[in-house]
Design a protein around this ligand. Structure first.
Ligand code: ADP
Ligand code: MG
Length: 359
């Protein structure tokens, strides 16, 4: 199935639209989707997911997330599967504790977060119920059903309009278990030096190991708790998830590879200097990479360089085109340089490289 993006653009997503076209066939109308396509919706799947799914099936195409997968996210069914990672949640007002617990009140998918003080944050059960009554009259929120979540103070950099906290929160795009890209969540916050930790990356990967059984293409938002550690804020269908500070180039190029290699993609930013030292050990010891100072440039390229290259030409025993490829964590050489001995060596090096990932 050929992947196609069905993009509903507006003036805020014009640039993303142009970038998507660098990597995928992109159409704007469902009637233009070629037969037998794997359709990745971008801002185009709602409000009628089921109708879209139905229309696409007529010419043998299907959406990247099935209706069940879509519903699992939209209906908040995900809560049970990842309870241990996210805020405690109540589904009925009468079950709320009345002991000073603070809440966040919202719909199963959307919220009125831009009215944080008035329509989201509740410092008591009484206030939570008042907000629920208003949200039950809200044409976007009411049909989703209102949920109550335990308020957890998050590391906060500034307070926006109506009391909305701009916190240390990060948005991750996943294709199955693979991180496609991640970025700071609040695009409208001031430019401060937001930090994400190794612990956060492990946290989010553990969640994805569960979620990948329920969704193919999803977004995880995580935030840093004041009390320490990270918490899952919510799961969204990645077809509707906004970019936040994620680079569309990274998103679409990795998604393309992710689909093509179906999950064998490695996201290099997950690994730090130690990892690349071990990679270089393999390039040197097995691959015969030589040269003073190359190790340092190699590590700088993959861990720090803004303009990092995905390919590292180390040559050595693999000849002129002997390269390490960061995204897939593999080596190869020019086809014209292939010999039985070289192919054997490539295989051996790739096994060793793969082993590094499981450590
Ligand atoms: N339980 C909570 N405790 C503290 N902050 C929360 C909680 N739930 C949500 N938030 C904050 O509110 C923001 C919006 O909540 P979210 O559930 O993501 O709604 P939406 O679907 O509208 O984005 C989050 O990005 C986070 O900063
Ligand atoms: Mg959100």
């Amino acid at each position: 199935m050929n992947p196609v993006i069905l993009f509903r653009k507006d003036y805020t997503t014009e640039e993303e639209f142009e970038i998507a076209k660098k990597y995928f066939d992109v159409v704007e109308f469902r009637s233009d989707v070629p037969a037998d396509s794997l359709v990745i919706g971008r801002y185009s799947t709602l409000p009628y997911y089921k109708e879209l799914d139905h229309d696409l099936k007529i010419n043998g195409s299907k959406l990247i997330n099935s209706i069940d997968q879509y519903n699992w996210v939209a209906n908040f069914d995900w809560y049970d599967a990842v309870k241990d990672y996210t805020f405690e949640t109540w589904f009925r007002a009468q079950d709320l504790p009345d002991d000073g617990t603070k809440f966040v009140v919202k719909g199963r998918t959307n919220s009125r977060k831009h009215e944080w003080d008035r329509l989201m944050f509740a410092d008591s059960k009484k206030k939570a119920i008042e907000i629920m009554l208003v949200l039950n009259e809200d044409s976007l929120i009411a049909p989703q059903g209102v949920v109550f979540r335990r308020y957890e103070p998050l590391v906060t950099y500034e307070i926006g309009l109506n009391g909305l906290p701009f916190t240390n929160e990060w948005r991750f795009f996943f294709y199955k278990e693979t991180i496609l890209t991640y970025g700071y969540y609040w695009t409208m916050a001031k430019d401060v030096d937001h930090q994400i930790t190794k612990e956060a990356l492990k946290f989010v990967k553990d969640i994805a190991k569960i979620v990948k059984d329920y969704s193919n293409f999803f977004v995880l938002d995580i935030g840093e708790k004041i009390s320490g550690g990270w918490v899952l804020i919510e799961i969204n269908d990645a077809q509707m998830g906004g970019l936040s500070e994620n680079s569309p180039d990274t998103l679409y190029s990795n998604l393309k590879n992710g689909i093509a290699f179906d999950d064998k993609l490695v996201h290099v930013e997950l690994y730090g200097e130690d990892f690349y030292h071990k990679v270089y050990d393999i390039l040197e010891q097995l691959g015969g990479a030589t040269g003073d100072g190359y190790r340092e440039s190699f590590i700088y390229n993959f861990t720090q360089d803004k303009y990092k290259s995905d390919e590292w030409r180390f040559q050595g025993k693999l000849g002129f085109g002997g390269k390490y490829r960061g995204e897939r964590n593999v080596v190869d050489c020019y086809p014209e340089d292939e010999t039985p001995a070289r192919l054997k060596l490539i295989k051996k090096m790739n096994v060793a490289l793969k082993e590094l990932l499981s450590k």
